[in-house]
Design a protein around this ligand. Structure first.
Ligand code: NAD
Length: 485
């Protein structure tokens, strides 16, 4: 681990294996932290806040983030390969993701010296009253396995721009790239203790979330874990940012460009093997075009190239780990028991070369009802559930009938309908005639049980700042000590 600028094993010597999901073999051994290690990391972050970093100018913090961005760009290939080996995400996506990281750091590097307070005009005229935006302090970040460095950047870049210090706990399935990244941060000149990385499972995550030395907890992961983290943080009244799960509707109207919609459905649920929070896992399709759309999506699914995720030709890699594969399979079985039909896929692929890795076929389920488990719960795998509707009102009602509110897609060539429907959907991100596109300067986050707070853009920076209001008496007169005002 990287704590206070030095490498550490877990205090009790425990380790865990990182399994490459394509070979099903361990490819790295990382420390498995417990409460003692977390304590050390939080202390290191606290000391760094009171040290050089705490007194550094905002301009210098921005420069440090720019140097970090340069180093990421220089090491992009190394980092992309690490991520693909850790979670099986295809290299054509991890390369793109890592190539995009510098922009995130540069956006927030540029924002560091633009953090401003305000002056106010209260009714008490004999005061100069102004506010300061201050770093919230020590930030704990607990992260999932599907996009380790990208999801880290969404938290770390604004937190450092704000002047916070940071303890990151990557997923137990994908620690390697984050450890390497912490070394690059030191090389970029971030003072020791500004970024600390502890590796381990939920035990380390829980120790971090409940630690009284943590001023803010930011989490990306499942809704169930998010609930636990929010409860733990509540003990310390530590604010939380939660980026949680989804069950996003991808809505195809009968006036849609169906070719584009089919492409968007494939992007929504089969890209990244469906292991994305914004997966368009509920495909709501108008009954007049349903047969055609299902046939075309099935056809596209049958042509998807599965294989070694390190091969640029591969379109769908394995599921990230064995237990997750079992989970995906059991949802498909459950859907069939509940009355859904499998239009394509439904199980493990037959090809010999895919037998070792944790592969699951891209799967198209039809006849799904919105109350079935497969339509209500997040599967986090390549399973598209098709639900038909007859009217615009019904589409909106079905889309919103979910505990989640992360993302949604609308496919229609009717501009009035597209805006009308977009305005009615309870989702943090809504795409019209597109799916799965995001940018570092556009706010992103979830409604309902998909989360609290926003990442990206200047709203993302606010999550790591807090406001102090300062009242300066100007008249020098004595005030009535028993009167507020
Ligand atoms: P997870 O909730 O199982 O684990 C996430 C992290 O929490 C891991 O680091 C884990 O070790 C840690 N953890 C587990 N138990 C904990 C506890 N009791 N206290 C503190 N930490 C604990 O999620 P996952 O399976 O790694 O990731 C997949 C989930 O992440 C999906 O639900 C997906 O939708 C969500 N996700 C959301 C977004 C988003 O932006 N909204 C992005 C990516 C992934």
């Amino acid at each position: 681990m990287v704590i206070g600028g030095e490498h550490w094993d877990a205090a009790d010597g425990r380790t865990l294996e990182s399994i490459d999901p394509f070979t099903a073999r361990s490819w790295a051994t990382v420390p498995r932290a417990g409460a003692k290690d977390v304590e050390l990391a939080v202390d290191a972050a606290r000391s760094a806040l009171g040290g050089e970093w705490g007194t550094m100018s905002a301009t210098a913090r921005g420069e440090a983030l720019h140097r970090l961005a340069d180093l990421i760009a220089e090491h992009a290939e190394e980092l992309a390969v690490m991520e693909t080996r850790d979670n099986g995400k295809v290299i054509r996506e991890t390369r793109g993701q890592v190539a995009g990281l510098p922009s995130i750091y540069r956006f927030f590097a540029g924002a560091a010296d633009k953090i401003e307070g305000s002056t106010f005009s209260p009714p008490q005229t004999n005061f100069l009253t102004y506010s300061q935006k201050r770093p919230i302090g020590v930030v704990a970040a607990i992260l999932p396995w599907n996009s380790p460095l990208y999801l880290l950047a969404n938290k770390l870049a604004p937190a450092l721009a704000a002047g916070c210090t940071f303890v990151a706990k990557p997923s137990e399935y994908t620690s390697v790239s984050t450890l390497r990244f912490a070394e690059l941060a030191l090389e970029a000149g971030l003072p020791p203790g500004v970024l600390n990385v502890v590796t381990g499972d939920g035990e380390a995550g829980a120790a971090l979330a409940e630690h009284p030395g943590v001023d803010k907890v930011t989490f990306t992961g499942s809704t169930a874990t998010g609930q636990k983290i929010m409860k733990a943080a509540a003990e310390n009244i530590a604010p939380v940012t939660l980026e949680l799960g989804g069950k996003s509707p991808n809505i195809v109207f009968d006036d849609a460009d169906l070719g584009a919609a089919v492409n968007g459905i494939v992007a929504g649920i089969f890209a990244a093997t469906g292991q994305t929070c914004i997966a368009g896992s509920r495909v709501l399709v108008h009954e007049d075009v349903a047969d055609r759309v299902i046939a075309e999506v099935s056809q596209r699914a049958s042509a998807i190239r599965m294989g070694d995720p390190l091969d640029m030709e591969t379109e769908m890699g394995p599921i990230a780990f064995d237990q997750q594969l079992q989970k995906v399979a059991s949802y498909v079985d459950g859907a069939v028991r509940d009355g859904a039909a499998v239009a394509y896929g439904g199980g493990r692929p037959a090809a010999d070369e895919l037998a070792t890795g944790y592969f699951h076929e891209p799967t198209v389920l039809t006849g799904v009802h919105n109350q079935m488990a497969v339509a209500r719960e997040e599967i986090f795998g390549p399973v598209a559930s098709f639900i038909t509707f007859g009217s615009e009102d019904e589409a909106v009602q079905l889309a919103n009938d979910t505990p989640f509110g992360l993302a949604a897609g609308i496919w229609s060539t009717n501009i009035q309908r597209a805006h009308r429907v977009a305005g009615q959907l309870s989702a943090g991100t809504i795409w019209v005639n597109a799916y799965r596109t995001l940018a570092y300067n556009v706010p992103y986050g979830g409604m309902k049980q998909s989360g609290i707070g926003r990442e990206y853009g200047l709203e993302g920076l606010e999550e790591y700042l807090e406001t102090a209001s300062i009242w300066v008496e100007l008249s020098g007169q004595t005030r009535d000590p028993f009167q507020l005002g």
